[in-house]
Design a protein around this ligand. Structure first.
Ligand code: ZN
Ligand code: ZN
Ligand code: FE
Length: 759
């Protein structure tokens, strides 16, 4: 049979994931000759062989690609037949500003774990990696992805590593971070600021003994420092909270394996898939409440959700081989409100006085990442915090976002830069309130623009004049700028994720965002497209006595709603929650509302959830963001189908809802039932609105966004009733529904306005 030659161009996530060695393997397997090389824009393959073998090769290419590879597009071109002596891998060439993608960091693979059990240079070596696993984004300084442009640059390969690196059939062929105990990075153990050991055996023994005895250690990870302690040791967990200055926010827990997770938390198929995926995120799981399976309440402040992950670095595996405990708290090494630390010296300076041991290593972290957080809702993985394992994989868009920089929101900030039809959403930056986080924000924007070779030509910001992200955007340079309303951006983000570019019913249930009337919006029912929105209705405005303070003290919202519904009469209702509030403070709040002092108006859904959480006396002073809504959700009695009345007037009015909740409380109805009835009420509101718009306007697509949709009961309930009634419903999965997804929406709106020549 005569031979033919094919030129194949592949775009997508195909660099740094073992793609070229994979191509080499399948090409030689099918007896083809030619070459493969990385360019800045794609992977190019030239193959010569029989049509049948080429066909088989193409099938293997699509079906057997390495786990972390993501093929976007394959273009085939038959060219004049060329004959080659063999199949080879060519060096990389820096040829254009069009880049391919950078792989996120990949959890250590089974084969590498096997390697650390074998005698030789990698016995117990904690930096083992190969083309299928290891650090990527966190060590990359620039493209194309070659060792010289990573933080592995300072480690010269030993002859043995080099041989593997250069052997096409080897699993470490062109694995940029290839290393061994002879030539690679190493860990160091410190007590206080004194170096104790560089021996991995000694370090692991010391650290595991320390943790098992209730100690607290700081350990440098993949994208930053972690603080760790035994997850079953109440005293240690309390002490860790004190060190971090973090009162109630739940801690993530790393378990030694899947089986031990199962002992303490419910794990369905989808949750298990996320848990063991190469991204190794923190998965929010429902705790088992059977006796004997309870962990210390201090981990998650008595919520029924537990953030769980499995080991992903070789060091974690080495540690669990020695540890007696099955689970350790692994929380970001930083003081609350600051970004996760990445620098060795700062870690020693800031934490060595407080912890029992510090374990650092000498491979620098270039791009900081936190552990990502996901939750399975409606049978799908929903990313709530997008960082390690997911970033910097782009979100593919239907519209051209080239050159747009979107600066995101204020809290749980992520920004986003556009390159063609790819949106590069940054890793979780955090709350832009402290100086350190702001510096991280600014520096990462610069790094992203350089890494992805984006030349900014259009900027997008929130409308809130006080956001640091807005100010940064406004001062960024002499470029056109688009200001996007917060909840329009939420819905646009959901639309962009699902490639929607038309009029949809947009329902944003959120905490707070700056409205075009100057009020604090947060439960917005809209008809919108990417360009613009019409606010059809919203939750009725209610005073927010104390402004931002009211979001931290849910009782203020309860008082505000009660005052609206009952007037001062509510003071005579003997509501249990009021027993815990100083009556003078209640009077003060009433005066603030009367005199309109520091009581801006809000339509925030989060505030209504806060109000109900307070009425049920679940929380009066929140110790972490969204504590009220989270506690309320965790109580819901799932077999309850009742709901409360509400009114659909000019806006959605909840006077009847509040009246009935108060009645139920006074009648001693259990909190789980009240929580369920309240959630069901909000689900009815969503459905009623969608229905009315479909009737009047014939729109059948519904986009749901905003932080409230991180609530599993609410999201699943809304999806169910809308889908049962034949709506096409869109919700977030690859991008957070919270403010971490806002930047993508800003990017989409800016892109649309540019297309329409409105900017
Ligand atoms: Zn590996
Ligand atoms: Zn070596
Ligand atoms: Fe928001």
């Amino acid at each position: 049979m005569s031979s033919k030659t094919l030129q194949i161009a592949i775009t997508g996530l195909v660099q740094g994931v073992g793609f070229r060695p994979f191509v080499f393997r399948i090409a030689t397997h099918w007896g083809l000759t030619g070459w493969v090389k990385n360019t800045n824009e794609n992977v190019i393959i030239i193959i010569t062989g029989t049509p049948v073998n080429i066909q088989n090769f193409l099938i293997s290419l699509k079906q057997e690609a390495p786990p972390a590879a993501l093929i976007d597009e394959i273009t085939l071109l038959e060219i004049e037949p060329i004959s080659f002596p063999s199949f080879t891998i060519h060096e990389s060439h820096d040829i254009s500003s069009q880049i391919t993608e950078i792989s996120p960091d990949i959890a250590v693979c089974e084969e590498c774990l096997h390697d650390i059990d074998q005698p030789g240079n990698r016995l117990d070596y904690p930096f083992v990696n190969c083309t299928n696993c290891g650090p990527r984004f966190t060590i990359i300084e620039d493209l194309p992805y070659d060792r010289g442009k990573t933080t592995m640059n300072s480690f010269a390969m030993c002859p043995s590593c080099r041989k593997e690196y250069e052997t096409v059939t080897d699993r470490r062929f062109h694995a940029q971070p290839t290393a061994c105990s002879v030539c690679g990075p190493h860990y160091e153990l410190f007590a206080g600021s004194n170096l104790i050991s560089k021996e991995i055996g000694i370090i692991v023994n010391h650290v595991s003994a320390c943790l098992d005895n209730g100690g607290i250690v700081l350990v440098k990870g993949l994208g930053g420092m972690h603080l760790a302690c035994d997850a079953f040791n109440e005293t240690a967990v309390k002490r860790l909270r004190a060190i971090k200055n973090r009162e109630g926010k739940p801690f993530a827990v790393m378990f030694c394996d899947k089986e031990s997770v199962n002992r303490y938390a419910h794990l369905d198929q989808n949750e298990e898939r996320s848990l063991i995926s190469w991204q190794r995120p923190i998965v929010l799981l429902e705790q088992k409440t059977e006796s004997g399976s309870l962990m210390t309440e201090n981990l998650n402040s008595g919520l029924n959700l537990l953030g769980v992950m499995l080991p992903y670095m070789p060091f974690h595996h080495l540690l669990f081989r020695q540890l007696k405990t099955q689970a350790i708290v692994l929380t970001s090494g930083n003081f609350s409100s600051e970004p996760i630390l990445i620098d060795n010296q700062s870690a020693l300076d800031q934490f060595s006085p407080f912890v029992d041991a510090t374990i650092l290593h000498n491979r620098d972290i270039y791009n900081r990442t936190d552990d990502s957080v996901v939750r399975i809702m409606g049978g799908e993985e929903r990313i709530l915090r997008r960082s390690r394992g997911y970033v910097p994989a782009p979100v593919r868009t239907a519209i051209n976002t080239d050159g747009i920089v979107a600066f995101g929101a204020e809290l749980t900030n992520c920004f986003c830069v556009g390159k063609g039809k790819k949106a590069f959403l940054s890793q979780h930056i955090g709350d832009l309130q402290g100086l350190e986080t702001t510096l991280f924000f600014e520096k990462t924007i610069t790094q992203f623009l350089k890494l992805f070779r984006v030349n900014p030509s259009l900027l997008a910001v929130d409308m809130h004049p006080g956001y640091i992200s807005t100010k940064t955007g406004l001062n960024y340079g002499d470029l056109p700028i688009v200001q996007v309303q917060h909840h329009h951006a939420h819905i646009a983000s959901c639309m962009a994720e699902h490639h929607l570019d038309e009029k949809v019913i947009g329902i944003a249930l959120d905490g707070t965002g700056y409205g075009t009337d100057g009020n604090s919006w947060g439960a917005e029912f809209m008809i919108c497209d990417l360009n613009d929105f019409e606010r059809v209705t919203h939750f009725e405005y209610i005073p927010l006595p104390g402004g931002d303070l009211a979001t931290e003290e849910p009782w203020r919202m309860a008082v505000s709603y009660l005052y609206k519904v009952f007037g001062r009469e509510f003071l005579n209702l003997e509501l249990p929650f009021l027993r815990n509030i100083d009556p003078e403070r209640v009077q003060l709040v009433l005066q603030m509302i009367d005199k309109k002092i520091n009581s801006p108006l809000t339509s925030g859904a989060g505030r209504l959830f806060d109000c109900v959480a307070s009425l049920l006396d679940l929380v009066q002073f929140a110790s972490f963001q969204a504590e009220g809504p989270m506690r309320l959700e965790s109580l819901v009695r799932k077999d309850c189908t009742e709901s409360y009345p509400f009114q659909n007037l000019e806006t959605f009015c909840f006077d009847q809802t509040i009246r009935n909740i108060v009645k139920d409380i006074r009648n001693g109805i259990d909190k789980g039932t009240i929580a369920a009835k309240f959630h069901n009420t909000i689900i009815s509101v969503i459905f009623e609105f969608a229905n009315s718009i479909r009737l009047n306007q014939g729109i059948n697509k519904v986009a749901l966004s905003g932080g409230v949709f991180q609530n599993k009961y609410l999201l699943e309930g809304a999806l169910e009733i809308l889908q049962k009634n034949n709506f096409e419903v869109y919700s977030h999965s690859k991008v957070p529904a919270n403010d971490g997804g806002i930047a993508l929406g800003q990017l989409a709106v800016a892109s649309k306005r540019r297309e329409l020549k409105c900017v």
